[in-house]
Design a protein around this ligand. Structure first.
Ligand code: HEC
Ligand code: HEC
Length: 273
């Protein structure tokens, strides 16, 4: 019961945040309510930045260490984008980044590439970071979630946001340099497909939690197979009550991938997996 109320409170807070972003336009126009004309289904960069801030304070657990208690530098108090340039120029820098966006991503997945002076693990002389790689369990942020956090870190000090909005074009995280030009591999099962398209950035599904969209853990109980399919191929067709209309389309999702995801979601009935 309390969990339900907490979830409700969370959604209401989110509605307030997103409502202010997404509903300004039609209200300002004040004309006939032709909502269809306003592209409410598009995820805007403002939505994405807001999502990044939520992840920063929530699932990412960043504020657990990055706060004013001295455990880690408080990223909210300095321009981490301009500081990135100094880090990369420092002789102690071990990473590969050539720009601030890459430095920030690297900081999350390979924290020891640069260790801020005085913040290293005890006894390592600032060569090893105590920060966990946040793309690994237990935090396990997806590539899209890390992009959202980077967008937030860039925008908070008025820097241009350089990350791209999530879309069906998102290749699965191809980390080895060679795969860059090859088309994204077809997901072989539902888990891979959910990861490939970043669904967990907005939905609680499998091991991930996100309050941005409805939980998918019991979606099979709430929606028919056809409704689930429509929700994915045409997110604007029907907006789940109480949620912001920000789910993107996935034009590059192969039919086989769609079928895997729909089949998987239809089986999610809220019971433990
Ligand atoms: C367990 C504690 C902990 C958590 C959780 C944590 N960090 Fe860190 N982080 C640190 C410490 C300590 C440093 C400084 C040492 C270093 O440079 O690695 C740091 C450094 C950084 C830096 C480099 C800052 C600079 O000035 O160069 C960035 C960027 C960063 N963290 C982002 C994040 C983000 C984003 C999250 C959440 C997704 C996060 N961290 C979660 C402890 C943490
Ligand atoms: C940027 C955030 C975002 C991403 C990414 C996203 N969704 Fe959504 N999704 C939402 C939101 C918000 C809603 C509720 C509003 C609506 O119905 O459009 C939603 C609704 C849904 C629904 C209907 C749920 C219900 O209870 O009515 C399904 C099913 C769904 N999404 C599946 C997916 C799948 C599968 C993916 C990945 C391929 C995905 N979503 C990616 C935000 C997102």
């Amino acid at each position: 019961m309390t969990a339900l109320f907490k979830a409700l409170g969370f959604s209401i807070a989110l509605i307030l945040v997103f409502a202010s972003v997404t509903y300004v336009l039609p209200q300002v126009r004040g004309e006939a309510p032709e909502e269809e004309e306003v592209n409410l289904g598009e995820l805007t960069m403002d939505d994405f930045v807001a999502m990044g801030e939520k992840l920063y304070r929530g699932k990412g657990t960043c504020t657990l260490c990055h706060n004013n208690l001295g455990r880690a530098p408080d990223l909210l108090t300095y321009n981490v984008v301009s500081v990135s340039l100094e880090r990369m120029a420092d002789e102690g820098y071990q990473g590969q980044a050539g720009d601030a966006e890459t430095y920030l991503r690297e900081s999350m997945v390979e924290p020891s590439a640069y260790v801020v002076e005085g913040f290293g693990k005890k006894g390592t002389n600032d060569t090893e970071s105590p920060m966990p790689a946040v793309d690994q369990p237990p935090i396990q942020l997806s590539a899209v979630e890390m992009d959202a956090i980077i967008a937030f870190m860039q925008q908070k000090d008025g820097n241009p946001v350089t990350v791209a909005l999530p879309s069906g074009d998102d290749a699965p995280a191809v980390e080895s340099g060679e795969g860059a030009a090859t088309p994204p591999a077809l997901a072989q099962n539902a888990e891979e497909a959910l990861a490939k398209f970043g669904c967990a950035a907005c939905h609680s599904v499998l091991q991930s939690e996100s309050p941005v969209g409805p939980s998918l853990r019991d979606v099979g109980k709430r929606l028919s197979v056809e409704q689930i399919r429509t929700s994915i191929v045409d997110p604007k067709a029907e907006i789940a009550p109480g949620f912001p209309p920000i789910m993107p389309e996935f034009p590059n999702m192969a039919l086989a991938e769609l079928n895997l995801v729909v089949q998987f979601l239809a089986q999610q009935d809220g019971s433990e997996q």
